[in-house]
Ligand binder design. Structure first.
Ligand code: PLP
Length: 409
């Protein structure tokens, strides 16, 4: 009899998006002819920019010619892309990251999910509440949690992100080995300041912990004082891994390209206290389990760094930022309060007093025909909030905003 990995049975059904889909379907069936607009999607609506499409076409033609055809590439990613990333995303911002500290991958989701396998099973995991569910679920699968009891997993160190502290996680008094930080945060839209990140880096240096820093939304930061990379913080190269993606930055959600930075100075320890470079271990892992991102996709990603590519993606990001502003204005006019939206494509809407996330989801659907995502679906501390995204088209976003404005007035 084949035994299942018992930890998979601890996972909580991902009922969030299926419940949403079910309620939307039921509403549409009961109200045919009414148009429902989704501000719940975490996927982009705008197409790939011309510079990327041209690079993809050129690379596709190369693949059809014997002289320029490419088979298996380097697992870590082609040098041309790692050079471009190091130069434009780091060195241009005075951050000392070299191409051999960069690992190109097919997604920040897979990297952030897989990275935990380099660490001991007993490692204490700390994560924000509310947050992107991948960090928690992958550690549950790996057996780093206890059972699920009254809404939370035992043995996981939850870091509440509440309105009181501007939705920033507070450095704990307890020890954690692996700390997942998502900034700008999905779902709250809150971005950590340099001082807040410095406190985490200091904690990690002191505790010999590792920070897994997900900055998938760094391109949405508008406040010039906010850090885009954790390596802007002194000492971070000794304690932090950074995950970035072309998904939300350049519309690669369906094209698939991301990268992870593992500095050479970053070390982990064996049971005898011997130090090992994490960079070499991640390379070993990737060369064993991963065969790289398609050549043409990497050429497409490289084109993001050309002057045309930069100008074009900035326009698309500005369009989503404008959507966020439209939603924020509508929410304010409706007399409700909302957070985020300034440095992230997410608006964190506070439900009216005494109204739960799910109750407000229903109100929005029934009275405005707008779909959001109940905040409680991202963690206990998300109760009393609803996430709205800026990723729909400008036209539908304006329509949804007009309906929200009328909601409470
Ligand atoms: C969308 C998103 C990503 C990007 O994932 P990809 O696999 O690169 O598409 C990573 N982290 C968070 C928090 C996200 O919301």
């Amino acid at each position: 009899m084949t035994q299942l990995n018992p930890h998979y049975l601890k996972l909580q059904g991902s009922y969030l998006f299926s419940t949403i889909a079910q309620r939307v379907r039921a509403y549409k069936e009961a109200h045919p002819g009414q148009e429902v607009i989704s501000l719940g999607i975490g996927d982009v609506s705008q197409p790939l920019v011309p510079a990327v499409v041209q690079a993809l076409e050129k690379a596709t033609r190369e693949m059809g010619q014997a002289e320029t055809f490419r088979g298996y590439g380097p697992e870590q990613g082609y040098e041309f892309l790692r050079q471009a990333i190091a130069r434009y995303d780091y060195q241009a911002r005075h951050i000392d990251i070299s191409p051999d500290e960069i690992f190109v991958s097919d997604g920040a989701k897979s990297d952030v999910a897989n990275f935990q396998e380099l660490f001991a099973q007993e490692s204490v995991v700390a994560l924000q509440d509310p947050v992107y569910p991948v960090y928690l679920d992958t550690n549950v699968m790996a057996g780093r949690s206890g059972g699920f009891a009254s809404g939370r997993f035992e043995k996981i160190l939850y870091l509440p992100c509440t309105q009181e502290h501007g939705f920033a996680p507070q450095v704990p008094h307890a020890h954690a080995d692996l700390i997942y930080l998502c900034s700008p945060n999905n779902p709250t839209g809150a971005a950590l300041t340099k001082a807040q990140l410095q406190a985490w880096v200091d904690y990690a240096l002191e505790e010999k912990s590792i920070i897994l820093f997900d900055s998938a939304y760094e391109a949405y930061i508008t406040d010039p004082a906010l850090p885009h990379s954790i390596y802007e913080i002194p000492g971070a190269e000794k304690v932090a891994v950074e995950f970035r993606s072309f998904s939300k930055t350049a519309g690669f959600t369906g094209t698939r390209c991301a990268y992870t930075v593992v500095p050479k100075a970053l070390q982990v320890y064996d049971p005898d206290g011997g130090a090992h470079a994490l960079n070499a271990l991640w390379l070993r892992r990737q060369t064993t389990k991963f065969n790289g991102v398609p050549y043409l996709v990497q050429r497409g990603a490289e084109a993001v760094y050309t002057p045309q590519g930069q100008a074009q993606i900035k326009q698309v990001i500005a369009l989503y930022q404008q959507n966020a502003q439209v939603i924020l204005n509508a929410v304010a006019q409706a007399g409700m309060s909302a957070f985020g939206g300034q440095n992230a494509p997410y608006i964190w809407l506070k439900t009216p007093a005494g109204v739960s996330s799910w109750e407000f989801f229903d109100t929005l659907l029934n009275r405005a025909q707008v779909v959001g995502t109940p905040g409680v679906g991202f963690g206990q501390c998300g109760e009393g909030f609803l996430r709205l995204t800026a990723f729909n088209t400008p036209q539908l976003t304006r329509q949804a905003a007009a309906r929200i404005t009328q909601l409470c007035r």
